[in-house]
Design a protein around this ligand. Structure first.
Ligand code: ADP
Length: 529
């Protein structure tokens, strides 16, 4: 079906009752309806589902939608069925169906009634299903939560890797639509490669959440008291407090209760009934605060969450962004307060120690970004958006003044000479080192790697010893954000010069630097363990 024949606005109104598309939806849908491979990156709540649901409803045949969680699929199917009274219009195909049910699903696909078929990737591998689908009209394959394909995403699922292969067995020329809310360039590259859609039309929405206020505070032994004070100040407002362990969730929820705060715990160790009761209490505003592990949040749609507190720092910027993203979804106030101590980073490192080496390296690289975020004194919004591959103007961008660093700026100083020395050091050590070795070279502290390259004999070795390690680490981070340096992801964080960095070396200019926050138990250890 060609685009010219369809009035998308009319169809939107007809099926969903909306009179306008949200953000990039219309462009995405146009691309899908025209049969192009399409890639969509939109933050949670951006309206991704409609991007494939509407084309599926208006096109011939059945769209296969791969999704990682049965619960999410069921929600979606219920939602679709509620907009159309036809029972067969959307189905979930999974191992919990009995034979009669499977036959019904097949009959609805065969007759063309079923427009959306939700499957988990492992179900799609079943020979019987593949054989059946081979003989059907498939409008397209939508891969939801497509970041599951990448080890660099926050939810890697090996079964996602087979999708391209399975699709080839189902049919030729079936368009593929990948959708994700994870925006890092590395994950995106993995998705396109693995789905075999490197030429896809790509649509990427901004990840800026201008109404969220970001704040990081040092975590001391008084953290619980700090949290109580914060919650009391925000009396009557809804909030989520994330902790790493179930034990801490229980303890903190109790502490809050004892202090007169209406709070309940939520974690995967509670039985399903208690979990759903606590969730309902939160949605119905019988309580103000949920103290939770990351088990809480998937699919929670409470628009007026006014604060998200991280009692423990998360293991990646993606997780931080996802979790803080649950605040202020209605566009109103959303205060994101994280407590940070380097000891927590070490704890997270320890959790990874039994895992395969590649996974550990990735985990470590992601954690280093969290450290950089916590300790930076530049605009936190700029930091986050840069991480997601987005430029943000911290003077004029939307929400530019909404973080602790911008509200309480640290002094800046001229760092032209130091930046020049840093870039030169990176260049002359052949762009082989991660930040740690670059800093060591600057301050003249060798280690095995440095000795193996004889860098300790290089004339630049120790040329930056007038500054401490934490200073250089901060300068590297700021040079990364300013685009003079880049981190090579394939090699887990080797620092390289960009074109802009190369040009700077030819004509060095003024560069104003702010020093990072120094957390008493952190910076030195990060750099020189
Ligand atoms: P995502 O999958 O990107 O997190 P959803 O698909 O769940 O986002 O959509 C988020 C919300 O936005 C849903 O409540 C959905 O009904 C709503 N929505 C989607 N498209 C539109 C639109 N064009 N107009 C109004 N609301 C929309």
């Amino acid at each position: 079906m060609g685009l010219t024949e369809i009035d998308l606005h009319k169809e939107l109104k007809k099926y969903f009752g909306f009179s306008q598309f949200k953000g990039l939806q219309e462009d995405v849908i146009t691309s899908i309806v025209n049969g192009h491979d399409t890639f969509v990156v939109m933050p949670t709540g951006g309206g991704k589902s409609l991007c494939y649901q509407l084309p599926a409803l208006i096109q011939d045949g059945t769209a296969i939608v791969v999704s990682p969680l049965i619960a999410l699929m069921k929600n979606q199917v219920d939602a679709i069925r509620s907009i159309s009274s036809e029972y067969g219009i959307a189905h979930v195909l999974n191992s919990s169906l009995n034979k009669t049910e499977v036959n019904q699903v097949k009959a609805d696909i065969d007759s063309g009634v079923c427009k959306l078929l939700y499957v988990a990737p492992e179900s799609l591998t079943k020979e019987d299903y593949v054989d059946f689908l081979k003989h059907q009209t498939i409008s397209f394959l939508a891969v939801d939560e497509a970041h599951c394909i990448s080890e660099w995403g926050h939810d890697f699922r090996p079964e996602y890797r087979n999708l391209r292969h399975i699709l080839q067995r189902i049919g030729d020329n079936i368009p593929v639509i990948g959708l994700t809310a994870t925006a890092t360039p590395k994950v995106q590259e993995d998705i396109l490669k693995n789905l075999g859609i490197t030429d896809a039309n790509t649509f990427k929405a901004s990840f800026n959440r201008p109404n969220l206020y970001y704040e990081v505070r040092p975590k001391t032994k008084n953290v619980d008291a700090d949290i109580i004070r914060f919650v009391k100040k925000n009396d009557g407002k809804s909030g989520i407090i994330y902790c790493l362990s179930r034990k801490k969730v229980e303890e903190l929820a109790q502490t809050l209760q004892v202090n007169g705060i209406k709070a309940v715990p939520y974690h995967a160790g509670l039985d399903a009934k208690t979990r759903s009761r606590h969730q309902d209490m939160f949605l119905m505003e019988d309580i103000d605060v949920v103290v939770a592990t990351i088990a809480f949040g998937m699919g929670i749609d409470k628009p007026d969450v006014r604060f998200v507190i991280h009692h423990d720092i998360p293991k990646s910027i993606e997780s931080y962004y996802q979790e803080t993203g649950r605040a202020g979804r209605d566009g109103g106030e959303g205060h994101c307060l994280a407590f940070y101590s380097y000891k927590d980073i070490e704890k997270l490192e320890k959790f990874m120690s039994g895992k395969p080496v590649a996974e550990q390296e990735i985990g470590h690289a992601l954690l280093q970004e969290v450290v950089a975020f916590a300790e930076t004194s530049i605009s936190r919004r700029k930091f986050i958006l840069h991480y997601f591959g987005e430029e943000f103007d911290s003077e004029t961008g939307e929400g530019a003044d909404m973080d602790d660093n911008v509200q309480n700026p640290k002094n800046q100083h001229e760092a032209k000479d130091d930046l020049e020395l840093l870039l030169k050091t990176v260049k002359e050590t052949n762009q082989l080192y991660k930040s740690k070795e670059v800093v060591r070279t600057l301050i003249g502290k060798s280690n095995a790697v440095i000795l193996s390259h004889k860098t300790d004999e290089h004339p630049l070795f120790g040329k930056g010893s007038h500054q401490h390690a934490g200073y250089w680490m901060a300068l590297i981070r700021q040079a990364l954000i300013a685009g003079f340096l880049k981190k090579d992801i394939e090699t887990y964080g080797v620092v390289k010069l960009t074109k802009r960095g190369d040009e700077y070396l030819k004509i060095p200019m003024s560069f104003m630097m702010t020093e990072d926050h120094v957390f008493n138990d952190s910076t030195e250890e990060v750099v020189v363990p």
